[in-house]
Design a binder for this molecule. Structure first.
Ligand SMILES: Nc1ncnc2c1ncn2[C@@H]1O[C@H](COP(=O)(O)OP(=O)(O)OP(=O)(O)O)[C@@H](O)[C@H]1O
Ligand SMILES: [Mg+2]
Length: 423
C-alpha cells in the first residue's frame, strides 16, 4: 500500500560563509542521482569582522541574520543548524605520525579508530581547536604508503595525520555570534578547503595543486596532493588592504578607492599608463578633485598583491610543502577578479595559474558561480559529502585535551568510507 511517510524527504542543508566583506547564506537539497541543488540564497553586509575574526558581535550578528532570513524566505524553510567556514590568521597545519600495537591478526576497523584516537590525544595545543583531522597514509610494521591497511597482518599500526587548527579565542567568538542568531553549528570547514571543493578538478587535487582564496581581510591557501588536503596557511591581508593603500596613497575616501580599484586597478602596467589619469574624489568636500596617473594606481595595487604572493610562497617553502604544492595554482575570492592578478601570480609563484569557477551545484546563478562565492558553494557541496575525517560535528572549543568519547564511531566509519572512495 502507498505510504507517504516512506518517501524519503530530500535532506536540506544550510551553509554560512561569514567573510570580512560579505555574509552568504545558501540553502540546498540533495537530488538523488543528480547532486546538490541550490534552493535559496541570501546575502548580508559583513561589518563586524577583521582578518576573519569577529571584532563587533552586534554588527556580525546583524549580517548573519539578514543573510539567513533572506535565504529562508527564498527557500521557504526554517533553518536550525548551519555548516560554516573559518578563515583566521591563526590557521595552521600540523603533521603527526603515531604508531600503536594491535591485537595479533589482521588489522580491523577498531585498530584504525584506536590509532587515530591516539594521535588526537597526543596533540597537545591548549590554545587551539582542531578543525580537521585527516588520515594521510598508513603503516603496518613499518611498511609505508598503505592506503587501506584493513585485513593486513602485523603487530604495529601507524598513521600520518594532518591536523588543521585554529586559535580557540576567535573560534569561540564566531560560535557565540552564530548562537546569538539561534543557530547551531553543524560543522566547520576552513575557507580555502571549502573553495577547493567548489572549483578544483579531481586531477588537480590528485597531481598536486595550491588553492589561494583572496578575500577582503584574509588570504588563505590549501595544498592538495593524492586527492587529500595536506597543508593550510593564512595571512591577514586581503583586498581591503589594497583599497586602504589606494585611499591613503591617493588621498581619497575608502569607498572611492574601492571603486577606483575595481574600475582602474590592475597588477599589470599598460603601455599608456603614464598618459591616462584617474579621478580621485577628495576626502574633504571643499578640497578640489585630484587626478592621479593610472601608473600610480597600478604601482599601489601591484606592490600589495605582489608582497602577499611572496609571503605565501616563502611560507609554503619554509613549511617544506613546496614539493607537494604542485605546478598549478587556482585563485578564488573577490581578489581573484582583480585585473592582471593571474599573470602576477604566475610570475611570483612560478606556476600555471587559473581563476576558479564553481561547479557541481545545480541552480547557481552566474553571480554565485563567480570566484568570490567559491567558499559558499564549496561549503554546500561538502555538507552532502562524507568528510573522511577522524572527527565529525562541530569543533570542541572547550580547550580540554581530546577525550575519546567525544568522537563518535562515525568518525572511523567516515574515514573508512573515505578510504573506500579514494583508493
Ligand atoms: N572586480 C574586482 N576587482 C578587484 N577587487 C575586487 C573585485 N571584486 C571584488 N573585489 C575585492 O574582493 C574583496 C572581497 O572578496 P570576498 O568577497 O572574497 O571577501 P570575503 O569573503 O567577504 O572576505 P574574507 O574571506 O577575507 O573574510 C574586496 O576587497 C573587494 O574589493
Ligand atoms: Mg571569504
Amino acid at each position: 500500500m502507498f505510504n507517504p511517510s516512506s518517501i524519503r524527504k530530500p535532506e536540506i542543508v544550510c551553509i554560512l560563509d561569514i567573510g570580512s566583506n560579505k555574509v552568504v547564506c545558501l540553502i540546498g537539497s540533495e537530488e538523488p542521482g543528480l547532486g546538490v541543488r541550490l534552493i535559496g540564497s541570501g546575502f548580508g553586509v559583513s561589518a563586524g569582522l577583521k582578518g576573519g575574526a569577529v571584532i563587533d558581535l552586534e554588527a556580525a550578528e546583524a549580517g548573519i541574520r539578514t543573510a539567513v532570513e533572506k535565504a529562508e524566505r527564498a527557500a521557504g524553510v526554517t533553518i536550525q543548524d548551519v555548516s560554516v567556514n573559518v578563515a583566521l590568521r591563526s590557521l595552521r597545519s600540523k603533521h603527526m605520525t603515531v604508531q600503536t600495537e594491535f591485537a595479533s591478526g589482521a588489522v580491523a576497523d577498531r585498530d584504525l579508530k584506536r590509532v587515530m584516537n591516539s594521535s588526537l590525544s597526543e596533540l597537545s595545543q591548549p590554545d587551539y581547536a582542531i578543525l580537521h583531522a585527516i588520515p594521510l597514509n598508513w603503516q603496518v610494521d613499518g611498511e609505508d604508503g598503505i592506503k587501506d591497511p584493513r585485513g593486513m597482518y602485523g603487530k604495529r599500526l601507524g598513521v600520518d595525520m594532518h591536523f588543521v587548527m585554529g586559535g580557540i579565542g576567535p573560534l569561540r567568538n564566531l560560535a557565540h555570534c552564530i548562537e546569538r542568531c539561534h543557530l547551531q553549528i553543524r560543522s566547520v570547514t576552513v575557507s580555502p578547503y571549502a573553495a577547493a571543493i567548489a572549483v578544483l578538478t579531481e586531477d588537480e587535487r590528485d597531481l598536486g595543486v595550491t588553492l589561494i582564496d583572496m578575500g577582503a581581510g584574509i588570504t588563505s591557501a590549501a595544498i592538495f596532493r593524492d586527492n587529500t588536503l595536506v597543508h593550510v596557511d593564512a595571512l591577514s591581508v586581503g583586498g581591503r588592504n589594497v583599497t586602504m593603500d589606494l585611499a591613503r596613497g591617493l588621498s581619497t575616501p575608502f569607498e572611492a578607492a574601492e571603486r577606483i580599484k575595481k574600475i582602474y586597478g590592475s597588477c599589470l602596467h599598460g603601455i599608456d599608463d603614464d598618459m591616462q589619469t584617474v579621478p580621485c574624489p577628495p576626502i574633504a568636500a571643499q578640497d578640489e578633485l585630484r587626478h592621479a596617473l593610472r601608473s600610480e594606481v597600478t604601482n599601489i595595487v601591484r606592490s600589495r598583491i605582489e608582497e602577499s604572493f611572496e609571503i605565501l610562497r616563502d611560507r609554503i617553502y619554509k613549511a617544506g610543502m613546496e614539493d607537494y604544492a604542485g605546478r598549478r595554482i587556482v585563485l578564488t575570492g573577490g581578489g581573484a577578479q582583480l585585473n592582471g592578478v593571474r599573470e602576477l601570480a604566475e610570475v611570483v609563484m612560478g606556476k600555471r595559474v587559473r581563476i576558479g569557477q564553481s561547479h557541481g551545484v545545480f541552480g547557481l546563478s552566474d553571480e554565485l558561480g563567480q570566484p568570490d562565492f567559491a567558499v559558499a558553494t564549496g561549503l554546500l557541496k561538502r555538507a552532502f559529502e562524507d568528510s573522511g575525517e577522524a572527527i565529525s560535528g562541530p569543533p570542541d572549543l572547550s580547550g580540554r585535551r581530546f577525550r575519546e568519547r567525544r568522537y563518535s564511531g562515525n568518525a572511523v566509519g567516515r574515514s573508512l568510507q573515505w578510504l573506500k572512495e579514494n583508493f
